[in-house]
Design a protein. Structure first.
Length: 270
């Protein structure tokens, strides 16, 4: 695929969107910003709700691709998840189809497979992308839907997607669990760039993390796009373990990818 020039970045005011606003332009992209909240320092950003189909279609018109980060990024009530993450993602895909957009990068999540068993010992097989959906929350359920929607739009309409099952994307990992799931902001941009420019992706699911020493999942499909992660959470391991201790082997959530989200009842708002 020819390198796209203009990208619609949804969720531009959110945590990950804010990080990408500062990094993706270095790859030569012009960003059209979209969020339900005003984007600080970006007076030309589109402020609209994903439920507003006309606004979404207008936002999509004329761009080369979409990086879809918008939606509720934590657990919430089903009604809120339905509107923002399920109906909103449908509106993005339908607008992209109507406007002839060829590719979307969709921010999925590890919580789409949160009940999947994770590697427990060194040498255990890494979790493959073929793992069936086992969402651990309404949020994870919405990401499972998004991946299936992406597959449908590829099979039915030829709209390509890379669904990125993001772990935890922060400037640095915040707890011991994140040592296995951390995606550095710079590696996130590298992965999104690879997803936007790979020659053909159909619908490809990839895990989104850095090259972590304690990695739990298989990055083969991400690397096949041209992604070469450069960072490793191990640089933060000594400090985090000294503060928090190693993961408790007696914790019933330890064996599942989603951790505490597989054992604790939802508490709203998260």
């Amino acid at each position: 695929m020819a390198a796209p020039r203009t990208i619609l970045l949804t969720g531009a005011a959110g945590g990950l969107g804010t990080l990408m606003r500062g990094i993706l332009p270095r790859y030569g992209y012009e960003l059209r910003l979209f969020d339900v909240r005003p984007v600080e320092g970006a007076p030309d950003a589109i402020t609209a709700d994903l439920g507003d189909r006309a606004a979404v279609r207008e936002a999509v018109r004329g761009v080369d691709a979409v990086v879809h980060l918008a939606g509720i990024s934590v657990e919430s009530t089903f009604d809120k998840i339905l509107r923002a993450n399920i109906e909103g993602t449908y509106n993005v895909y339908e607008a992209a189809r109507e406007e002839g957009i060829g590719r979307i990068v969709f921010a999925s999540s590890n919580h789409a497979v949160g009940f999947a068993p994770r590697p427990l010992r060194e040498g255990d097989p890494l979790l493959p992308v073929e793992t069936r959906h086992r969402p651990d929350t309404f949020y994870g359920l919405s990401k499972s839907f998004g991946e299936d929607l992406a597959q449908f739009y590829w099979d039915k309409h030829g709209l390509e997607t890379v669904s990125v099952r993001i772990g935890s994307c922060f400037a640095e990992p915040r707890d011991v669990r994140m040592l296995s799931l951390w995606l550095s902001p710079e590696d996130a941009a590298r992965l999104f760039h690879a997803a936007l420019t790979a020659e053909r992706v159909d619908h490809t699911v990839v895990y989104g993390s850095s090259a972590n020493t304690r990695l739990w999942w298989d990055l083969t499909t991400a690397r096949a796009l041209g992604y070469e992660p450069q960072d490793d959470s191990e640089a933060y391991a000594e400090k985090l373990i000294a503060e928090q201790g190693e993961l408790d082997p007696q914790d019933p959530a330890l064996g599942r990818l989603g951790g505490k989200f597989t054992t604790e009842p939802p508490i709203w708002p998260y």
